[in-house]
Structure formats: C-alpha cells, structure tokens
Design a protein around this ligand. Structure first.
Ligand code: GLN
Length: 493
C-alpha cells in the first residue's frame, strides 16, 4: 500500500518495514499535502524540510542495512512542534513580534526525544502569542483555522498543533498545556490531546508561561498514536529540575480493558453555567459507553472546582509576568529603534513587541505580586491550589479516572468571543487539572448534535497514573471509532 497522510504510527512502521514506501516518500507526501491544505488552515509557521529529509534518509539507510526494527516505532513518522519549542536552527517565535527573529541555538528535550525516536520533523506550528489564549486568534502571524469549518477557531493556545493533526498535516504534533491548551483545541478539532502529569515530560527548551503549570503533550488522531508518542516523550531529564523518573508503558496498557476500572463522574459539573446541551449529551453518552465496556461508574465531588478559574488567573499571570521579564530587547527579542537611554528602549520594545493579551497578563501579574496586594490574591490562590489538589486526591479514593467535559462548547466562530473574561471562563473544565498537576486528556466523541462540530470529553487521572486515562480512552475509541482526518483534508482531496 502506498503512503497516505491519514496513516497512523503502526501503519507507517509496517509500510516502511515491508518496503511498500520509504521514509523519504513519507516526508515528500507530507510536504505536498501541507502545501495544499495549509493554504487554508495556516497551521505551520515554518517548514523544516532539510531536517525532515535528513531524518528520513537515516530511516531509509536503516531499512537498507537491516537495522530498521532497532529504530523504534516512530521511525519515519511525521511530527511537528508548537512554536514555543526550541529546535536548533529554527525560528522559535511563540507567535510573537517580540521573538519574530529569534533563532534557537539549541533543541528542547521533547523535540529531540521525538527526533531520536526516528520522527520526521516537518516544522513549527502556530499558537496564541506566548500561549495566552483559547483560540489562536492572538498569534502575531494571523490565526489558524479549524479544519472542520474554516469560519471557526481551532481552539488554543496550541491551535496550530491541533489543526495540523486534524488535517493530516503530521501524524504526531506537540503542544503545551498550562490551563487547557492541549485538551481544548484537541476537542475543537476532533483529535486526541494529552496533558501528562506535571513532571512526566521535560519542559527543558520550551518557552515558559507558568512554570508550575506547563506540561508538553501530543496531539494525534488515535489513542494508540498518542501512546506511542508518550512512550517516546516521557522520562527523566536532568536539565529540568521538576522532571521525574518514570518508565512509560502506554502502548502496552491499551489492551488491558476497563473491566476493573472505576470511572468517576461529577454530577455537580453538569449544571455549570455555559455548558452546552450537546457537550452534556456527549459526556453522558461517553459515561454510558464506558459502563457498557465494563467499567463501574461512581459519583465523585470536586467541591472547590468553582474557585479554579480565579486561582488560575492569579497564579498563571504571576508566573507569566516573571517568565516574560527576560524579553527586554537586550538579551532577547524585538528592539524598538530610536531610544537614547536603556529605560526608553526597554519600555518601547515591550510596548511594541507584545500583543494585547500578553500585556494584559504582564500587567495583571505585576499588580498581583506587588507589596500589599500579594497577600490578598497570590497567597489565597496558593491555598485554593492546595484545596483543589486535595479534592482530587479524595475523589481518587473511590475511582481510577474521572470523566468530565473538556470545553463547555464546540469550536466557536472567529471574533465570536471578544470579551477576554468570557474567553478565560471557557477554561473552566481544564485549569483545575494543571493546578493539581494531574494527567488529563481529551478524546474525540464524534460530532455535536447542534453544531455538527467535533466534541471531546476529558479523562483525568491521578498523578503518574496516566495509563488509567489511556485505558479508558482506548475503550471510548473502540466505541466511537478513531478520529477521521477532517473531511475536506483527507488524502487525495
Ligand atoms: N486558555 C488558557 C490561558 O489563556 C490556557 C492557556 C494554556 O494552557 N497555555 O491561559
């Protein structure tokens, strides 16, 4: 069988091993597909043809000398990276004017792990500026469009990563998730999106937003592909002081079924303001499917969930404010011309280099951390963080995984949510998982009855028990079928 851009990891591996196509052909076909599909979608900011073909040649050389099987399952698999991940020699812009001309002098661990596993790096993907946002509309280089309906947003902040996976423009893409930026766009674009437990995947080389909340994870069209990606990504990295020793066995866990599992459902969440009827329907339907697959449903409570958004929008901006201080036009980034003194240059460069949402976060963080204010907001937010973490710990005494919505609604139209607070409120179901440091993933459940757009449900696991959510995800996928490539972008169209 010839290579086609909708193939998953296993099919690519088997095709190359059997000599049906070469890794070079995979790279070639991927770039041809991107040239057509991305004219509409705008997921890629930069293509890395040289790196992809060099990686492909290594794979093809291994096939020729009989060592292909030793290369691991990602050999020859097209991969791509969110543009806040450093890859030596590429621009790492974070979709900002501030870093428009920044070229990475080194490579992030998450990038090198996929490339060392044999992945073909196709390029860098669009995002909300510095990962602030839920729609990819804040990119300084124009928005990415949702491959299922070009008038709608792909979600954010990893919108380019979600859209590329959904349109078959890479088999595995990486995103980062501080408050939902992998799971929400995965739900909007109808793909699998995983935010691993905090500390499971190295953050080294990923431009920081909220260092105590950020995690890197994959987008794929199948649960199995996500498991392959996780097996390659996870594990200790001495360059990230929060990285943990962990030996991943995600692919092996997929066949275990859910007969011995207890799935927590949270009835209190079903009355959340803004939760649409079609998402509610999907959560109930997914619960029924897990029960039919043999899991036991148990009701759990997360009593402090209401406070999660407030805590997140204190902690997140405080950490962002600190992390973005380095973009000062001297060490990094955009430099405004014509200033005589350093203070003026600093002010002018930050005023001109950052977009509106980044400025909003910086100003908020600076205010919240100032003397006298700190005690009123930052300190209580940390206390709320503890309460939310304890809520989850208590819930996991009676279940192995929790099933909740990913986003209150399906993908919205461009410009539909103009009010930043309304945009922030749409993170209601995702932020608490970053606050508690648990694993969370969004799994596609077909199309919504009203919008006709993809909808995902979210599975949440205790820390370092992310295999639990993969097992439940595999059961859901068995019931719903793997996510298709968005209809207009299927191979050959
Ligand atoms: N939408 C959230 C925010 O704007 C989450 C962003 C993220 O996870 N990077 O902060």
């Amino acid at each position: 069988m010839a290579y086609s851009t909708d193939m998953g990891v296993r099919a690519i591996h088997e095709g190359i091993a059997a000599g049906e196509f070469s890794a070079r052909e995979v790279a070639q076909a991927s770039f041809e597909h991107i040239a057509k599909a991305d004219a509409d979608v705008h997921a890629y900011l930069e293509l890395t043809e040289d790196a992809a073909f060099a990686a492909a040649d290594k794979v093809d050389a291994a096939v020729a000398d009989g060592t292909f099987e030793q290369m691991g399952p990602l050999a020859g698999v097209p991969v791509a990276f969110k543009d806040n991940m450093n890859m030596e020699g590429t621009h790492t812009t974070c979709s900002s004017k501030m870093l428009e001309n920044y070229v990475s002098p080194y490579t992030a661990t998450c990038v090198s792990r996929l490339v060392e596993a044999g992945g073909l790096p196709l390029g860098k993907l669009n995002m909300d500026e510095f990962a602030f946002g839920s729609s990819t509309e804040t990119s300084a280089f124009g928005p990415t469009k949702n491959p299922w309906d070009l008038s709608r947003v792909p979600g954010g902040s990893s919108g380019g990563s979600a859209a590329a996976a959904a349109a078959g423009m890479a088999c595995i893409t990486l995103g980062s998730d501080t408050g939902g930026s992998i799971r929400q766009p995965a739900s909007f674009c109808g793909v699998v999106g995983v935010k691993p437990t905090y500390g499971m995947v190295s953050r080294y080389g990923v431009v920081a937003f909220g260092s105590s909340l950020d995690q890197v994870g994959p987008f794929t069209r199948s649960v199995e592909d996500a498991a392959y990606a996780m097996d390659a990504l996870c594990g200790f990295d001495p360059r990230d002081c929060t990285s943990q020793h962990f030996t991943p066995h995600f692919v092996d866990a997929l066949s275990q079924g859910v007969e011995d599992m207890k799935v927590g459902i949270v009835p209190g969440f079903m009355d959340s303001p803004g939760l649409t009827a079609e998402v509610k329907e999907k959560v109930n339907e997914a619960a029924a499917k897990l029960e039919a697959a043999g899991a036991e449903l148990v009701e759990v409570e997360l009593p402090h969930a209401d406070a999660a958004i407030s805590a997140y929008y204190v902690l997140g901006p405080c950490e962002a404010f600190s992390n973005l201080a380095r973009f000062d036009s001297v060490r990094y980034g955009y430099c405004a011309e014509g200033h005589k003194d350093l203070g003026g240059q600093y002010e002018g460069s930050r005023a001109g280099g950052f977009g509106m949402e980044a400025k909003r976060r910086i100003m908020l963080g600076s205010y919240l951390l100032s003397a006298g204010v700190y005690e009123k907001y930052y300190y209580p937010a940390q206390q709320v963080r503890r309460l939310i973490t304890q809520d989850y710990e208590r819930a996991y005494e009676s279940c192995d995984v929790i099933l909740i919505p990913t986003s209150p609604r399906a993908a919205f139209q461009f410009g539909e949510i103009g009010d930043p607070v309304e945009m922030h409120l749409s993170d209601i179901f995702t932020v608490s998982i970053n606050i508690a440091g648990n694993g969370g993933m969004s799994v596609p459940c077909g199309l919504g009855s009203e919008s006709g757009m993809p909808i995902g449900v979210q599975l949440v696991s205790p820390q370092f028990k992310d295999v639990n959510m993969f097992r439940a995800a595999a059961a859901l996928e068995a019931a719903y079928g793997p996510a298709p490539v968005a209809p207009a972008f299927q191979a050959g169209e």
